[in-house]
Each structure stands twice: as C-alpha cells, then as structure tokens.
Design a protein around this ligand. Structure first.
Ligand code: PD2
Ligand code: ZN
Length: 283
C-alpha cells in the first residue's frame, strides 16, 4: 500500500468532520473523491480517529490504551493456520473486540484436558484485588484448577496454537485455568482486567503487567445454559466443544465494554479452559 503523509490539516479535518456526526465511510468517500487511494484513506481515518479517541479518553482520566493481542483478520479470513490446525473464524465483532473461533481443539484434546484437570479440581478462587491474594468468591460457583504453562503435551500444543492465533508471545500467557460448572453454577458478569483503583493491583501487575485479552475455550457441550454473556452488547456465545471466544481490552476500564459472565448451567455440565494474556512476560 502506498502511503501519503497525514498532514496536521488533514488530521484536524477528519476530527472536525467526525465531530459533526459524519460517519467514517462518508469521510473515506470524500477523501477518495479528492484523489486519495481508498486503502490509504481507510487507514488514515482509522489511525486519526483511534488516536483522537484515545486522547479524549486519557483527558477524561482513563488509563492510556496499550497494544493488545488479536487474530490477523484484515482480509476477513475464514480460517487461520496455527501450525498443526486450521482454526475457523466464526464471528468477529469490532467493539468490543470479540472473536469466536471453531476447531481450536479436537474432541479428543478437549477430553484429554478434562481428564488431566479432573483430579485437581477445587472450589474456584478469584484474585482478590484488595490484597493481591486469592479468595473464594460467591460470584463464581464453579470448581477450578490451574495448569503450569507447558505442563503437559496437550497444554503445550494448545498454548502454541493460541500464541499463533492471536499473535502474542506464549510467555505473556498465564497458566491455563480449567473450570467446571454443575447445574446452577455460574460466573457473574465481571471484567478480567485488574481494577487500577484496588490496593492489591500494584502487586498483581508486577508479574507481567495488566491482563489485555482472554480466550475462553469450551471443552464440552452443556445440555442447556452456560453461555458466555457480554451484557453491554446483549450478546451470548453458545458453548460448543472445541470452540473458543476471544476478547481484548486495551485499557482497564469499562469503556472497553468487555463486561462478561458465564450464564448459569441449566442442564448438564460445563467445562472450559481460560487463557489470560498479559502485557509482558508472566513469570
Ligand atoms: O465460563 C465462562 O463462560 C466464563 C465467563 C466469564 C469464563 C470467564 N469469565 C473467565 O474464565 O474469566
Ligand atoms: Zn472472565
């Protein structure tokens, strides 16, 4: 793609036009009529408005945005190659950034992860941001366990796939967490980032910085219920074995609209594995 410099005048024009309520496609249209290459115009409008929105957010007291993981979706692929597998892209949403994948794990791999986790399951703890320690939390009525990164073959294979899928170093991932929900169990809506206002957060962030993305991987098919919900956008993802839902959050703030929860399991049971990705190496 040829690039044309974004002059201060063009930058201000894009911001002013957007400020009067003109949508991005109309701005791009106007730039094309003025002789801009379409791809370059799209890139310029996106870059200017993204930076402007970040400036406004920071002026309003929000933490600055950071780089986040994400699958390469620029040319709308149906599949993403992750070395030993073609992962399906089933749905992609821009804001909040949510992507649903299929075929991340085979049924046999799902069963192998459940079998390795089962003997180690205990009532789930959540990170207590008040203190930086772990605590039992009534909002999460599942059982859980953590694998060490690279703990066994199937976990290693999954972690390698995830790193390729969302283009983020394996080392920045926390150990995989497995959760088991029985009928009635749920995970009430929450954010996965650590709240900067909580006193324990500074301690938690010493190990790899903030969480910036989550991948929830479904290891079985619950008979009924157990979807992953995103209340801010009224969306629910159906849990299907081998599928996974990815979402990212470029700042630890509700403006990311990444509030999400695990709906109560109505019938059957639900097994998931969650991979949280940090800004930096998680040691
Ligand atoms: O089980 C889920 O669908 C779910 C929902 C919300 C999992 C998590 N959060 C998580 O592991 O963070
Ligand atoms: Zn969560």
């Amino acid at each position: 793609m040829t690039s044309q410099p974004i002059t201060p005048e063009l930058r201000q024009w894009i911001i002013d036009q957007a400020g009067t309520g003109i949508a991005a496609p109309a701005l791009i249209d106007a730039m094309c009529k003025a002789g801009w290459n379409e791809d370059v115009a799209i890139q310029a409008v996106e870059q200017v408005l993204r930076k402007h929105l970040d400036d406004v957010a920071v002026q309003q007291g929000q933490p600055p945005a950071v780089r986040v993981p994400g699958p390469p979706l620029a040319d709308s692929p149906l599949f993403i190659g992750v070395g030993d597998r073609q992962v399906e892209v089933l749905m992609a949403m821009g804001s909040p950034r949510v992507v649903l994948f299929g075929n991340l794990l085979s049924p046999e791999e799902c069963d192998a992860i459940i079998a390795a986790a089962r003997p180690r399951m205990a009532r789930s703890l959540t990170v207590a941001t008040r203190t930086g320690g772990d605590e039992v939390n009534d909002d999460r009525t599942s059982d859980g366990m953590f694998f060490q990164r690279g703990e066994n073959d199937v976990v290693t294979r999954l972690e390698e796939r995830i790193a390729r899928l969302v283009e983020w170093p394996i080392e920045n991932g926390e150990g995989l967490q497995v959760l088991h929900y029985r009928p009635g169990a749920e995970y009430k809506p929450h954010y996965d980032y650590f709240d900067p206002a909580e006193p324990g957060t500074a301690t938690i962030l010493k190990r790899g910085g903030q969480r910036v993305a989550t991948l929830v991987i479904y290891l079985n098919d619950p008979a009924r219920g157990g979807g992953t919900t995103f209340p801010d956008v009224h969306m629910e993802i159906g849990p299907r074995r081998g599928n996974a839902v990815f979402f990212s959050y470029e700042r630890p703030h509700p403006s990311t609209r990444t509030l999400h929860g695990g709906a109560p399991v109505i019938e059957g049971e639900k097994w998931i594995a969650t991979k949280w990705l940090r800004e930096r190496e998680f040691k």
